[in-house]
Design a protein around this ligand. Structure first.
Ligand code: GLC
Ligand code: CA
Length: 532
């Protein structure tokens, strides 16, 4: 059984905010903290009670805030520390939790530590980063090209696992551990309730052995951050690329005092192949099978699971494995019922609650993301422009980063100025206002789903059981609580006659009008009801 603290986390419904693109309060075209504060009532009404806010610290924005130049100050474009304190206060007043994004693996090369470090070997910050006279290996950066960059100031190479301006910190230096503890304590002191930790698996490395992640001291470092007396009360979710349940146990078993949970990414690979940019024909069925596997594994080992299908690094799921055109409403609601009535902590990415789909642009100038631009440059070496654009339109992280569309007006309700990144190519069709007024509203479905989930213990702690069989072109599961059992039916892309091995009440949640749980289901139709 999950312990008390972990069980309480099952009540969290997290909404991920990409601050640059959420809401601009002062007309400079860039989303900001006051914009988030303005929208707290919208989020509360949606049924959300926690926010994960992507990095909002000082940064030159080469990787939109994941290149931090000062961990203890707010990005000028996003506002001030006073704005942050007001946001925290306004959230807590509404009983909402705040999860900050912690980026401990690397800093911007504009960070003071790096600026000092590059000055030379006798500088106190000399060993804050990895420096070598010669490239010690041929590691490639996640964003393409060598992971080693020659710094003419110091006359040595430094490691950057991501962009050239994101230098990896050397955690084997105890001073770095202390600095990062200070960052955690600083924000805990401001009242934040938890952290999402960026590529946490990479903070311990063994360069001599060619290991750039999951190094020998990883667990020691995680405990140095979160296993301390004053940090054990924090909720922590690692971006931690574990493949097997044993690894998840090693990071998340409650008694280890490391991470509360992590994002498990197996299902993020559905609908694509060979990296991020090549589509593969796929369906909700693949997603279902992976979800089932992790539901069962995490239940068996008393681990908390995170329920998510997108984030700021991923194009919307419905555009990959469902129908984001004619059946966009059905696809978005079916995905929500498949995911968020399972056992775990829901993470909803901004825009997902209105059925956001991937965008399409006709030129590389309309993209911003460093990963996309590097990939495009690579593709162009071997393929015509059209084909390269096809790939990035499919896989670009910008698909998740366009300004949130609040209405279908000229600026999408996001800003009064000119938005830092093009409005979504479909924003006149897909926006909050039109969705709320539509006969089929993804947003209203999300509200109903989250209310149902919160009202019934079975959806929180209840056991998960699969009712459909692997060949079925649909997904039926139950959640069995102490006093009641609920059934969820999610049909996939073709119309189906569905029978159940038990009797149910009338659906309490349904994407289309239906009076009973059994019978004909339209493509992507879904429903949930109490079992009699
Ligand atoms: C993580 C973030 C991603 C960022 C990278 C480097 O994967 O989610 O957005 O670019 O780390 O910090
Ligand atoms: Ca602004």
């Amino acid at each position: 059984m999950l312990n008390e603290q972990y069980r309480s986390y099952l009540r969290w419904v997290v909404y991920q905010v990409y601050p640059r693109s959420f809401m601009d309060s002062n007309g400079d075209g860039i989303g900001d903290l006051n914009g988030i504060t303005q929208k707290l009532d919208y989020l509360k009404d949606l049924g959300v009670n926690a926010l994960w806010i992507c990095p909002c610290y000082q940064s030159p924005n080469d990787d939109n805030g994941y290149d931090i130049s000062d961990y203890e100050n707010i990005m000028t474009e996003f506002g001030t520390m006073a704005d942050m304190e007001r946001l925290i206060a306004e959230m807590h007043r509404r009983d909402m939790k705040l999860i900050m994004d912690l980026v401990p693996n690397h800093t911007s090369t504009a960070h003071r530590w790096f600026q000092e470090s590059r000055k030379g070997k006798d500088n106190p910050y000399s060993d804050y980063y990895y420096w070598f006279d010669e490239k010690p290996n041929d590691w490639q950066s996640v964003f393409r090209g060598s992971a080693w960059e020659f710094d003419p100031v110091r006359g040595q190479y430094y490691l950057h696992s991501f962009a050239v301006s994101q230098a990896d910190l050397n955690w084997d230096n105890p001073a770095v551990v202390k600095e990062m503890q200070h960052v955690v304590d600083f924000w805990t002191g401001k009242g934040v309730d938890g952290f999402r930790i960026d590529v946490i698996d990479m903070i311990s490395k063994d360069i001599a052995k060619g290991k750039n992640a999951f190094g020998p001291r990883l667990h020691e470092f995680i405990r140095a951050l979160f296993g301390r007396e004053n940090t054990r009360c924090l909720f922590t979710v690692g971006e931690c690329w574990v493949g097997e349940i044993d690894e998840m146990i090693r990071h998340c078993a409650a008694e280890r005092h490391e991470l509360s949970t992590l994002f498990q990414f197996d299902h993020m690979e559905v609908g694509r192949t060979g990296g991020k940019f090549i589509p593969k024909k796929d369906s909700l069925k693949s997603l279902r099978d992976i979800l089932i596997r992790w539901q069962q594994l995490t239940a068996e080992h008393d681990l908390l699971y995170t329920l998510f299908s997108e984030n700021h690094d991923q194009p919307p799921m419905i555009s990959r494995i469902a129908d984001d055109r004619e059946l966009r409403y059905e696809s978005a609601t079916c995905l929500a019922a498949m995911l968020y009535l399972l056992k775990g902590i829901p993470f909803i990415y901004q825009g997902q609650e209105i059925g956001a789909a991937s965008a399409r642009y006709g030129s590389i100038d309309q993209f911003d993301d460093v990963e996309t631009i590097n990939a495009y440059r690579d593709f162009r070496r071997t393929m015509p422009e059209e084909e390269a654009l096809e790939r990035i339109n499919f896989g670009s992280r910008d698909n998740a980063r366009h300004p949130m569309a609040w209405d279908g007006g000229e600026k999408g309700g996001f800003t009064t100025g000119s938005p830092w990144l093009a409005l979504h190519s479909r924003y006149r069709e897909i926006n909050v206002q039109d969705d709320m007024n539509a006969e089929k509203s993804v947003g209203r479905f999300y509200r109903a789903l989250l209310r149902l989930r919160a009202a019934h213990e079975a959806f929180l702690d209840g056991a998960f059981r699969v009712i459909s069989s692997p060949e079925d072109p649909f997904f039926i599961y139950t959640r069995e609580g102490k006093d009641e059992t609920w059934a969820v039916v999610c049909n996939f892309e073709s119309e189906q006659e569905i029978r159940l091995p038990f009797a149910c009440e009338a659906p309490a949640l349904a994407s289309l009008n239906r009076g009973t749980m059994e019978g004909t289901y339209a493509p992507y139709e879904c429903a949930a009801a109490r079992v009699r």
